[in-house]
Design a protein around this ligand. Sequence first.
Ligand code: URA
Ligand code: SF4
Length: 207
Amino acid sequence: KRDASPFVPDSTELARLREASRSCRGCDLYRDATQTVFGAGPDHARVLVVGEQPGDREDLEGEPFVGPAGRLLGRALLEVGIDRDEIYVTNAVKHFKFDREGRGKQRIHKKPSRTEVVACRPWLLAEMAAVRPEVAVLLGATAAQAVMGPSFKVTRQRGVLLDAPEEFHGCPELVLATVHPSSVLRAPDRHTAYAALVADLKAIPHS
Ligand code: URA
Ligand code: SF4
């Protein structure tokens, strides 16, 4: 079966991984996207945050979480005493998946399939092995299932610090799942949804 593994160098050097990810053809998503959006942040961050996939802005800029969801995430993290600059942020899927809709042919985000998440997973595993975070924060079902498996339910386990699966060999040791910041932006009661996200993030252990 086709996935990213033939493109992932056997290395724990982030710069090498990032460079190699630019030419990944592990699934078809590279075809329509502008570029690979690899993770960003300190090489050995204590906290690694996993999102779903880059959005429109991230696709154009080549950096994760630089759009509206990223701003909301940064603000929520600050409320629990974490500076965005001290964490490593990445996505379960490294290319933007979208549909063109409407007269302006606006690019509308499309949820990645399980096949695409599984295809891209070797990059996520390589990032975990390189960064060696203590805790991974999983934003939304796609990120949570990429790490915890397809039967994981965010609604049932959000805000609870859990042991990471054995296959991660302690990097990370712990995971914390919560909702995706985009879902907060779409929520009918944004303030309540935001407060619940912040409450979940409070479970991130302090160093
Ligand atoms: N949403 C994500 O999941 N990741 C990004 O990088 C931006 C928005
Ligand atoms: Fe490779 Fe992931 Fe992009 Fe698919 S989405 S081409 S697996 S980097």
